[in-house]
Design a protein around this ligand. Sequence first.
Ligand SMILES: Cc1cc2nc3c(=O)[nH]c(=O)nc-3n(C[C@H](O)[C@H](O)[C@H](O)COP(=O)(O)OP(=O)(O)OC[C@H]3O[C@@H](n4cnc5c(N)ncnc54)[C@H](O)[C@@H]3O)c2cc1C
Length: 402
Amino acid sequence: MPEYKYLIIGGGMTADAAVQGIRQVDPEGSIGLIGQESKPPYNRPPLSKGLWKGQRLENIWRKAAAQDATLHLGRTAVHLYPANHCVTDEQKSVYYYKKLLLATGGTPRRLSADTPGVIYFRTVEDYSQLRLLAEQRQRFAVIGGGFIGSEIAAALAMAGKQVVMVFPEQGIGARMFPSDLALFLNKFYRDKGVEVRNAEQVASVEGRDGQFVVHLKSSQSALGQTILADAVVAGLGIRPNLELAQEAGLDIANGIRVDGLLRTSRPNIYAAGDVAEFFNPALGDYLRVEHEDNANTMGEMAGRSMAGEPVFYDHLPFFYSDLFELGYEAVGRVDSRLETVADWKEPFREGVVYYLRDGRVRGALLWNVWERVEAARQLIAEAGPFRAMDLKGRLLESPQHA
Ligand SMILES: Cc1cc2nc3c(=O)[nH]c(=O)nc-3n(C[C@H](O)[C@H](O)[C@H](O)COP(=O)(O)OP(=O)(O)OC[C@H]3O[C@@H](n4cnc5c(N)ncnc54)[C@H](O)[C@@H]3O)c2cc1C
């Protein structure tokens, strides 16, 4: 029965960053990691971007956990007993801990009428499966117009595939971007050869003779309208993996609630990454962030905190994406339901979108604008009040002119 000073549940980027964090403070304490995937921790962002543009698969693997932790891969932690300081996996193995980190991330949402063969894109295995299909087949349906759907559609189109994108919103990325930008993206994708079926809902997906038939149900479509594809990829968002935390009676809201030291409501249990919800002082609000910067920074901080360093997690994470030759970085609440103020240098090609609530900037989208993340964080921390005219040029200008 293994017993670790530090036990980490989850084998993703947060888990690997936590091993790094522990080792910065405690060079010797034993570290165990239970990971459901059979592979050691790796970087997920290249799966939908870099690997389709020539980045090599061998460069995605992370090193910290593989070097400094005992890995229990292909194992799923199924029960957590806080009173006994132990966890059991699906094979009934027991793991004891002094400090535990929940870095369980999220599981892709599935279509309500699920069909075998649909790829709910998240893991390196999903990538390998899609890559193989892209070598053999021609026509792909991508369900979802958010982060994953828009990246995978672009990757497949750049690989010379016929791509049909289907999503219920009016425009690509409509939950994040103001509507004119989301509608511009529909046209931008169409110009790249992608068939964009916006405002369309998928009723079901049917496997038929080695292909798939996607049945649509929106009002725009006549009953029975379908899309035929060789493969179907879905990016419908994730739901955080909260089962262990629920069983252990931890405080949960939109994720596992943690304090500034990244501790949950039970002693010696920490949480970080996509699964954790934390308070951000600049926003004055709780956040759960499903992005790389948060996984890396929060994971490392959680590791340091577990090893005894008095950290305080007040980091406002940024995130990024690439859509063909367009790219962006974003900070804070990038949510199209907020008031938005766009400041374009060149419409939809280069500019900044500010997201405001009650006269304060709550988020910033830096669209083909680089090295302004820190300035955006500072702006979000400012008390305001701001009007649209105050924001013109604020993040667009280069630092020496700002
Ligand atoms: C294709 C793709 C592209 C992305 N691109 C970007 C990007 O460009 N920019 C950006 O900022 N972010 C991006 N992200 C998001 C970023 O990768 C995630 O925020 C990050 O991976 C979260 O890491 P995590 O370790 O918290 O969770 P996860 O990555 O979900 O890892 C959790 C791990 O824990 C395992 N696990 C869960 N429950 C258990 C259990 N009970 N027992 C054992 N193991 C368990 C899971 O199998 C999984 O391996 C992307 C994500 C994907 C999928």
